[in-house]
Design a protein around this ligand. Structure first.
Ligand code: SF4
Length: 387
C-alpha cells in the first residue's frame, strides 16, 4: 500500500494555504484543539451515517452493485452529467456492454452510439480505451490497487479512488467537488472564496478526507457526503436549517459566531462578502505594487453555446450516429447537416478542421486527403464516418 492508502488517525491535517484556525482568529475565538477536531469528526460520523441510512438517495443503480466495471462506468458517466440523466443511460449501456470484455471488443462506433444523450463523447472513447488496456495489462479485470488503477490511461485520482473504495471496499478517500465542499464546511468552516489550486492544495484536501474516513465505513461515508452535498449542503445556498450535521458543523458555528440568526442564507452571504473582500484585496495589492492602474474589471461576454466548437463537434457526432453502421458521408454532405447556413466556399476548411480534431480524438474517421494514385482528393468529397 502506498501512503495514499494510509489514513491519518490523530490530529487533523493542516490546510496549507488556508491554515486551520484562520477562521477562529477572524472571529476572535480560540483555535480548535486536536480534541475539538476529534470530537467534531466523531459527531459528524454518527450524524451523517445515521442520516444516510434514513434519507440517503434511493434508487441509484450503481449502489446496488460492487462490480468494478459497473462502478467505473457510473463514475465516468457522472463526471459531467447529472444523476437523473445518467441513470437510464447507465442501465442501457450495461445491457449493451455487460462486461469489461464486451466493451473492449465492441466496435468504437457502437460505444459512441451508446453514449448518445450524455455529451462529452470523448468519455466513451476513453472508457473503451481503459477496457482495452485492462484486457491487455491486467488479465481482463480492473485492478483493485489504487496505483494500478491510476496506471490506466485517463483514470485520475478521483476515479481510481472511487473504484477502489466503492467496488473493492478499500479504505481510500476520494474527493470530488461536492465532497470537498461538504467536508470542508463540516470540519473546517465556511469554504474559501477561491479554492486553492495546485498539487499541494489537492494533497492537503485529500489528507483531510483521509483523516475524516470512519473506520470500516469508507463506502457509506463518502456516498453520504455526496448525498448531503447534492441535496442539502449545496454550493450556493445550503439548507442548514434542516441539516443533520448542524450541531457539529464548523461552518454553521462560524456563521453563528457572527450573526444572531444563522442560516444557510447567512452562510452564503458570508462567503459572498469574503469573495468580494478577496477581490478588493487583490486589486489593492496590484495597485500598491504598481502592477496596473485600477480599472473596473470588464465582464467577459459569455459566448453562446451554439457558436462554440464543442457545440459543432456534438452536431457532427449526432449526424454520424444517424448513419447506418459502416456508412459514411462526404464533408460536402455533412456541412449542411451541421450548420444550416453552410457555405462550402467559406465553411469547408472550418468543417475539415473540426472533423480532423474528432479523428485525432478517436471519435471519427476521415478518408485520406490523397487518393490511391497520390493525387489530391476533392476536399469536399472526403468521407467521414464513426471510427
Ligand atoms: S450545517 Fe449547513 S454548512 Fe454545515 S453541513 Fe449542514 S448544510 Fe452544510
Amino acid at each position: 500500500m502506498t501512503s495514499q492508502h494510509t489514513r491519518a488517525t490523530t490530529s487533523q491535517p493542516s490546510a496549507g494555504d488556508e491554515p486551520a484556525g484562520d477562521d477562529q482568529q477572524r472571529t476572535g475565538e480560540a483555535a480548535p484543539t486536536a480534541d475539538d477536531a476529534e470530537r467534531r469528526r466523531a459527531h459528524a460520523h454518527a450524524a451523517l451515517l445515521a442520516w444516510y441510512a434514513r434519507e440517503g438517495r434511493a434508487g441509484l443503480p450503481w449502489r446496488a452493485t460492487r462490480d468494478p466495471y459497473a462502478i467505473l462506468v457510473s463514475e465516468v458517466m457522472l463526471q459531467q452529467t447529472q444523476v437523473e440523466r445518467v441513470i437510464p443511460k447507465y442501465l442501457a449501456f450495461l445491457e449493451r456492454f455487460p462486461t469489461l470484455a464486451a466493451l473492449a471488443e465492441a466496435p468504437t462506433a457502437d460505444v459512441i452510439r451508446a453514449w448518445a444523450g450524455l455529451g462529452y463523447n470523448m468519455r466513451a472513447v476513453r472508457l473503451q480505451e481503459v477496457a482495452r488496456q485492462a484486457q491487455r495489462d491486467f488479465g481482463g479485470q480492473l485492478p483493485s490497487a489504487l496505483d494500478n488503477l491510476m496506471r490506466l490511461k485517463g483514470i485520475g485520482r478521483y476515479t481510481a479512488g472511487a473504484v477502489a473504495a466503492f467496488a473493492f471496499g478499500a479504505p481510500i478517500a476520494t474527493v470530488d467537488t461536492n465532497i470537498r465542499r461538504t467536508l470542508w464546511r463540516i470540519l473546517r468552516g465556511v469554504e474559501p472564496a477561491v479554492w486553492p489550486s495546485g498539487e499541494r492544495a489537492a494533497r492537503e484536501t485529500l489528507a483531510l478526507a483521509e483523516w475524516a474516513l470512519p473506520p470500516g465505513r469508507a463506502y457509506d461515508w463518502q456516498q453520504a457526503l455526496m448525498d448531503l452535498g447534492a441535496t442539502i449542503c449545496v454550493a450556493r445556498r445550503p439548507a442548514c436549517e434542516r441539516c443533520p450535521l448542524r450541531d457539529c458543523c464548523a461552518a454553521w458555528a462560524e456563521v453563528a459566531a457572527v450573526t444572531l440568526f444563522p442560516s444557510g442564507e447567512a452562510l452564503a452571504r458570508l462567503r459572498a462578502e469574503r469573495a468580494s473582500a478577496a477581490g478588493s484585496a487583490s486589486t489593492e495589492a496590484r495597485v500598491a505594487e504598481g502592477a496596473a492602474p485600477y480599472t473596473t474589471p470588464r465582464r467577459r461576454q459569455a459566448q453562446p453555446f451554439t457558436s462554440t466548437t464543442r457545440y459543432y463537434r456534438g452536431r457532427i457526432i449526432v449526424a454520424l450516429r444517424a448513419l447506418a453502421p459502416g456508412a459514411s458521408l462526404s464533408l460536402g454532405e455533412l456541412g449542411p447537416l451541421v450548420k444550416p447556413d453552410y457555405h462550402a466556399e467559406d465553411d469547408l476548411p472550418w468543417l475539415r478542421m473540426l472533423v480532423e480534431g474528432l479523428a485525432r480524438d478517436g471519435l471519427a474517421r476521415l478518408s485520406d486527403a490523397e487518393n490511391a494514385e497520390g493525387e489530391s482528393a476533392d476536399p469536399a468529397g472526403r468521407r467521414v464516418s464513426l471510427p
